[in-house]
Ligand binder design. Structure first.
Ligand code: AMP
Ligand code: MN
Ligand code: MN
Ligand code: MN
Length: 276
């Protein structure tokens, strides 16, 4: 099997459309050799993922994508090669699950104030035993014809500062990095250019992340253009961070993002998998 790695993906244990089993089957079809399942704030899908990957040529990497707060803004930290049974990490996910539940109630309340009732019942049912996310709310708004597209739900209601946005205190960035490293994993700053930070603020973020023990930065993500890859690579060099690559695959409905379909890391960037 040739080497094809994808270190960022979601199942229906958070806001992905597929079960861990379906995700692994799809990854196999795409000839992915190494896949990390990195659901939002939960390790619950990793049990099923490990069960199915055992009979597969694919190597599964135990991962998570933690929601963190730094400077009053939310940043995503991917943890790779974590021990899913680590008790501190597990307690952390319980806390984040509670935070997500309470935020969901507030989002639902804001929507009801705007003439859209019933969202909480829907997202609870839809998320099932997985984490409730804004993607579930977006799906509800779309199904109920309150928005013209999934993206429009964020632009109109759910995005930062929009009418049903709820500012949330997640786990501190430094704490999240500790949870990951103490669970034997590597902490990676996810999709660094999606936060729309000024260069100086992004540099301050990376300084704090590096100081906290962060290992890597996602240099290549699902819908990266060459310019983003160049910029992220430059940050990897400046801050002496390993480079990661991950599609951030959520659903087979998004034609622009496919498991394992990623540009290669630039040659001088140290691959995060050198630490595996
Ligand atoms: P949450 O972690 O609950 O805030 O939900 C965030 C998830 O919603 C992200 O992981 C994306 O999958 C999706 N998302 C966030 N912002 C947007 C956006 N502007 N457009 C489309 N999807 C988004
Ligand atoms: Mn997501
Ligand atoms: Mn993310
Ligand atoms: Mn993600």
């Amino acid at each position: 099997m040739t080497f094809k790695i994808d270190l960022h993906s979601h199942s229906y244990f958070s806001d992905g459309a597929l079960s861990p089993e379906q995700l692994i089957i799809r990854a196999e079809t795409q000839q992915v050799s190494h896949l990390a399942l990195t659901d939002h704030d939960t390790v619950a899908g990793l049990v099923e993922a490990n069960t199915y990957s055992q009979a597969s040529p694919l190597t599964l990497i135990n991962g998570i994508e933690l929601s963190t707060t730094w400077n009053n803004q939310c940043f995503h930290i991917v943890g790779l090669n974590i021990d899913p049974n680590d008790s501190t990490l597990q307690r952390g996910t319980l806390l984040l699950g509670q935070t997500r539940f309470e935020r969901a109630e507030k989002i639902a309340y804001k929507l009801s104030k705007r003439g859209i009732p019933g969202a909480m019942d829907y997202v609870l049912k839809k998320a099932g035993q997985g984490m409730i996310t804004r993607s579930h709310f977006a799906q509800y708004l779309l199904e109920e014809n309150h928005v013209s597209s999934f993206q429009n739900a964020f632009d109109k209601y759910l995005g930062d500062g929009k009418s049903a946005f709820v500012s949330t205190s997640w786990v501190e960035l430094e704490t999240a990095v500790n949870w990951i490293t103490d669970a034997g994993g590597q902490a990676i700053i996810a999709h660094p250019l999606r936060y729309k930070l000024t260069t100086s603020k992004l540099k301050r973020l990376l300084t704090a992340f590096k100081l906290a023990g962060g290992a890597g930065i996602e240099v290549v993500t699902g819908n990266n253009n060459p310019d983003d890859i160049r910029k992220a690579s430059q940050f990897a060099r400046t801050f002496d961070l390993y480079g990661s690559v991950g599609s951030d695959f959520h659903s087979d409905k998004n034609k622009w993002v496919e498991l394992g379909r990623l540009a290669p890391l630039p040659h001088d960037i140290k691959p995060i998998w050198d630490l595996f």
